[in-house]
Write a protein that binds this ligand. Structure first.
Ligand code: NAD
Length: 417
């Protein structure tokens, strides 16, 4: 518990970078550059609320690094958003795009607001107001946002439309995760989970674990969680437990992901699913399953519970679900962790495909998107494995080494004057 309280996400991101820098003997000057965001914009966004009053919302855009290409990363709407969370996520985006070898840098944005208490009209005015303030540093060749926590394709559509007003013509490549009719990509909605599935498939090959009849549990049943449940189930694995913010359910005989999804759609939660028993979120993490998929929040596997995790594979669909202390414990105990910025990189990879389609104005079918995603994820998975063997480190540190070397090389080649 004590560890959970003192964690600041940006300090975690810096600690993870420091560890990689030490392993790879990174040039201290380049290390210093990579420890801090390149640019941050803090804005105040006035919004006329439905009752006629004006409220002012705080927003941020962090452009962490653009050595390899334009910054890329989502925009979050959250009542507890902090600049440190946005900084950490922007740093992770830098490593994620580099690890996937995409010609992009890393960024992230956020607005402190509670979207659950706002009408559609208020959300639209807030989204447009954000682009009015931040638009000057956005653009397909500068910085390309995408959806994240509590933002969605509709929010991206409003943002793209507001940006069109600033430029005088529609520029679909300014944001990704758009609805299909206005320049979205096939496969974007399930891309994170599809990419995670490919990395789990490769991890299972490495551990000689057959996915057929392998057992798995999923924490969080939102976009990432419900699609990974479907994809693993389709590959023959057995879903034994799932949870959401209200609690969890377990059935050792197996749960049907689509039926659970329907129940959640109808009742608002997975809880009370017929035929299943209740289980708490902490209990779900410690179940005796082959594959554990944290797909909800940060800091779920900590120094306190890491010793009791029984899964063979922890597939981090969520960002930052494992603390650095837990990482060491899991590694020592031989639990194979697929680190977040590899495991959940399918979303940004298909976002990249969307941007490429927008720039070329030529659109691909789903099978083409998925074949390229499979290739990209599989290649990155084995690059991380090779680095883990070479440096004798855990997969997260290895992923950092691969990603940081690529960003460092770009900085060296472009030069510092
Ligand atoms: P989402 O909002 O669609 O779903 C989140 C789910 O987590 C919901 O089912 C919610 O009920 C559940 N949840 C909330 N608090 C919980 C708690 N205390 N215990 C258990 N469950 C809880 O979000 P999402 O898009 O699926 O994102 C989930 C995670 O995956 C986040 O960490 C996000 O950063 C990461 N991620 C998502 C994407 C994507 O494309 N969706 C891409 C990369 C990373």
């Amino acid at each position: 518990m004590a560890e959970k309280q003192k964690l600041n996400p940006f300090q975690i991101a810096q600690q993870q970078l420091d560890r990689a820098a030490e392993v790879m003997k990174l040039d201290p000057g380049i290390h210093a550059i990579l420890r801090e965001p390149m640019r941050e914009l803090h804005v105040s966004i006035p919004v006329r609320m439905d009752d006629g009053t004006i409220r002012v919302f705080k927003g941020f855009r962090v452009q962490y690094n653009d050595a390899r290409g334009p910054c890329k990363g989502g925009i979050r709407f959250h009542p507890e958003e902090t600049i440190d969370t946005v900084r950490a996520l922007a740093a992770w985006m830098t490593w994620k795009t580099a690890l996937m070898d995409l010609p992009l840098g890393g960024g992230k944005g956020g607005i402190i607001c509670n979207p659950k208490e706002m009408s559609m009209g208020e959300l639209e005015r807030l989204s447009r107001g954000y682009v009015d303030q931040v638009g000057r540093i956005l653009g397909p060749e500068k910085d390309i946002p995408a959806p994240d926590v509590y933002t969605n394709p509709q929010v991206m559509a409003w943002m793209a439309d507001e940006y069109a007003k600033l430029r005088g013509y529609y520029v679909p490549g300014v944001v990704t995760g758009k609805p299909l009719p206005i320049g979205g990509s096939e496969g974007r909605d399930s891309a994170t989970a599809k990419g995670a599935f490919y990395t789990i498939r490769e991890a299972a090959k490495k551990l000689k674990l057959s996915l057929h009849n392998a057992t798995f549990a999923v924490q969080g049943y939102g976009n990432a969680g419900r699609f990974i449940a479907r994809f693993l189930h389709d590959a023959g694995a057995k879903l034994v437990a799932v949870s959401d913010s209200r609690g969890g359910i377990i059935n050792r005989a197996g749960l049907d992901p689509q039926a659970v999804e329907k129940h959640k759609r109808e009742t608002g939660s997975v809880v009370d699913f017929p035929g299943a028993t209740s289980i708490s979120n902490p209990e779900l993490l410690e179940l005796d399953v082959d594959i554990l998929c944290p797909a909800a929040l940060e800091n779920q596997i900590t120094g306190e519970n890491a010793g009791r995790i029984q899964a063979k594979i922890v597939a981090e669909l969520a960002n930052g679900p494992t603390t650095p202390q837990a990482d060491l414990i899991l590694h020592e105990r031989g639990v194979f962790v697929i680190p977040d910025f590899l495991c959940n990189a399918g979303g940004v990879t298909v976002s990249y495909f969307e941007w490429v389609q927008n720039l070329s104005n030529f659109y691909w079918d789903l099978s083409h998107v998925q074949a390229l995603l499979d290739k990209t994820m599989t290649q990155s998975f084995w690059e991380v494995e090779r680095a883990a063997d070479k440096y004798r480190v855990d997969p997260r540190t290895a992923a950092y080494v691969v990603a940081v070397s690529r960003v460092a090389e770009a900085i060296r080649l472009r030069g510092i004057a």
